[in-house]
Design a protein around this ligand. Sequence first.
Ligand SMILES: *Cc1c(COP(=O)(O)O)cnc(C)c1O
Length: 399
Amino acid sequence: MDNPYPEHAAWIELSAKAFKNNVNIYRNVLGSGTLLGSVLKGNAYGHGFQESLSILHPLVDLIFVISPIDAYKIRKYEALNSMAQKRVVVLGPISAHEALLCAQQEIEVTIADASWESLILETQAWAAERSSEFKKLKGHIHVDTGLGREGFTLDGLDKKVEFLKKLSPWLHVQGVMTHFSNVEDVTTQDYALGQVDGLNAAHNLISKTLNVPYKLEKHAAQSAASLILNSSHADLVRAGIGLYGLWPSRETKLSAVVVLQHTPKLQPALSWKCRSQSIKWVPAGSYIGYGCSFRAERSLRIGLFPVGYFDGYPRLMSGNAHVLVNGHRCKILGRVMMNHIIVDLTDATSDESPVVATLLGRDGGENISAELLAEWAQTINYEIVARIGAHLKRLVVDS
Ligand SMILES: *Cc1c(COP(=O)(O)O)cnc(C)c1O
């Protein structure tokens, strides 16, 4: 069989050990009363959906995705590997047809606005027409306690959720959730505590209004709140970035020392590497890259690497960035191109044989973090990893 993956391309290495370490950190902070959910949206924060799923599935209690398509992939993965089903929750919007598939596959959904009334009735009609069984769909009511994104706002909330009573033959309300706005941006959590109060009030009100004979679940915490805001833990958390080993922000890391009395050692699970395409000497005075933006002051050994902004390596980093080769920091010369970067290898190698550059991750004593790339590209670590091209090969390198 031919290898369908090109030999000359950048790739991603994932450390299963790092994922396990991060899961343990979250489990220790949460204790046994709170379920650990992992968020696999955005191609698992760029880490690769299938690869991250294979590592995280056995380690966590439930899995959150944005798209129902990802949820079906989880069910398929479980069936193929004869694994027990984990709870799966779709956070994003779905269609009536998708609602039917979710119900059939026991995938939970998020009820974020009044459009769900017609959606469920349409789903029900659809199922009846095809005489397919419409199992009860489990849904979490999303309340907007201050993010101003999806969810029911708190004013007149009891009236807004009344319609769910009518839908009870088809819709099982599983819980009430909210999402924080600025836990990561601050070191005092007044705003978030207000959101927790809002969620508690919403949970009470919805419990009373729907008057179901079981306890509704309650959840709010993402990675940051899971670590630094105990009062947000409730029944379960939805941790994204932290399980991949990245800190949600510097403020969160600082707050963790205060709240936990130590800084948990999150380990980044992802490294990004690329093998050189060619290495050559250029004489002093040569220009390198588009726009003649770099001129060699002396003769240089330069390496061409087949990775660029198409792969998610931001062009905005041109002029700032370095990569690691043989444990040396090597400057990127000139501009980041669509499919190429050019790197100064003069001090990093002694000949022109191929080398591997680390764009993100460790090499020897040096480390390039997602935070450093984010600084160079004027963004946050979330965007750096989430934008790494889905076409790049992901390899799990340890277990
Ligand atoms: C993205 C997201 C999370 C996870 O956020 P992290 O900061 O990555 O932990 C949790 N809940 C919802 C609704 C989200 O959209």
